[in-house]
Design a protein around this ligand. Structure first.
Ligand SMILES: Cc1cc2nc3c(=O)[nH]c(=O)nc-3n(C[C@H](O)[C@H](O)[C@H](O)COP(=O)(O)O)c2cc1C
Length: 248
């Protein structure tokens, strides 16, 4: 199928390194929070909290999450689900709003998400994971990225899994340096993320336990960028010269 031409494409090779990202956080990274983070940095790439594709397609109330302010760009709407068809429909709605891209959640470890074969469950179903990527790519011209973890119990499938996603058409990848089994326990391990980078052509973003911008730089190594979650809110002020930055 011929792909529509991109209206908000980004040339990742031209984006300033390190690529600094605000992590998607349910109940936190709504439009108001993203606008606050934008005042701290004009460069940070913002990710929305995750939203169900089924919810987006079926509920007018959920569709309010598509509302945003232009200053939030560049930003990714993070979606979760399992059906390639529903992802395609939801992605078309995201594209209609002019949002830069869709990030597919393949890392949430919450029981109710994984029991529905969403989130982390997609790490164990490469075929569906790739069909979701392809189906969004065929449906609209959005950037498609994935946020996932090192693996289910360990990182032995990380390279194969993410190479398949790259072949299916994602243009950026974020890895949280913990497994599904760990959920939030233990320390994030960035070693396998650094190892992965040499196997992929697309930008790879590391995530997990970053305290501030300088700590992100210390973890960066060969990666294209880092993503900050729990410590967000002030941490981006070192990443750019912004008139909104403050030191208090
Ligand atoms: C309150 C909260 C909500 C989260 N919601 C999401 C989410 O919607 N989608 C997602 O991919 N990750 C979610 N995460 C995981 C974060 O994006 C990130 O991967 C994790 O917190 C590790 O990064 P950090 O150490 O910088 O916080 C959430 C984390 C927290 C603490």
């Amino acid at each position: 199928m011929k792909r529509p031409s991109p209206n908000h494409a980004i040339s990742w090779s031209e984006v300033k390194r390190p690529i600094v990202c605000l992590a998607p956080m349910d109940g936190v990274t709504n439009s108001a929070f993203r606008q606050i983070v934008r005042t701290l940095s004009k460069d940070v790439i913002l990710f929305s909290e995750f939203t169900s594709v089924d919810g987006l397609v079926r509920s007018e109330h959920v569709r309010l999450r598509l509302d945003y302010e232009p200053c939030e760009q560049p930003f990714f709407m993070q979606l979760f689900g399992n059906s390639p068809k529903m992802f395609a429909e939801a992605a078309r709605m995201v594209a209609d709003r002019g949002i830069l891209g869709v990030d597919i959640n393949m890392g949430c470890p919450a029981k109710k998400i994984v029991h529905s074969q969403h989130g982390s469950a997609l790490m164990q179903d490469v075929d569906t994971a790739c069909r979701i990527v392809e189906s969004i790519r065929e449906a609209c011209p959005l950037e498609v990225s994935v946020k996932t973890r090192l693996g289910w119990k360990n990182e032995k499938n990380l390279i194969n899994f993410t190479k398949s996603l790259e072949s299916a058409g994602i243009s950026m990848l974020t890895i949280h340096g913990r497994t599904y089994n760990q959920a939030f326990k233990g320390d994030a391990d960035w070693g396998p993320i650094h190892e992965l980078k040499s196997h992929l052509k697309i930008p790879v973003i590391g995530n997990g336990d970053i305290r501030d911008y300088n700590d992100g730089l210390a973890h960066l190594g060969n990666l294209d960028g880092f993503m900050i979650g729990r410590e967000a809110g002030g941490v981006f002020s070192g990443s750019t010269e912004s008139p909104g930055a403050h030191s208090s």
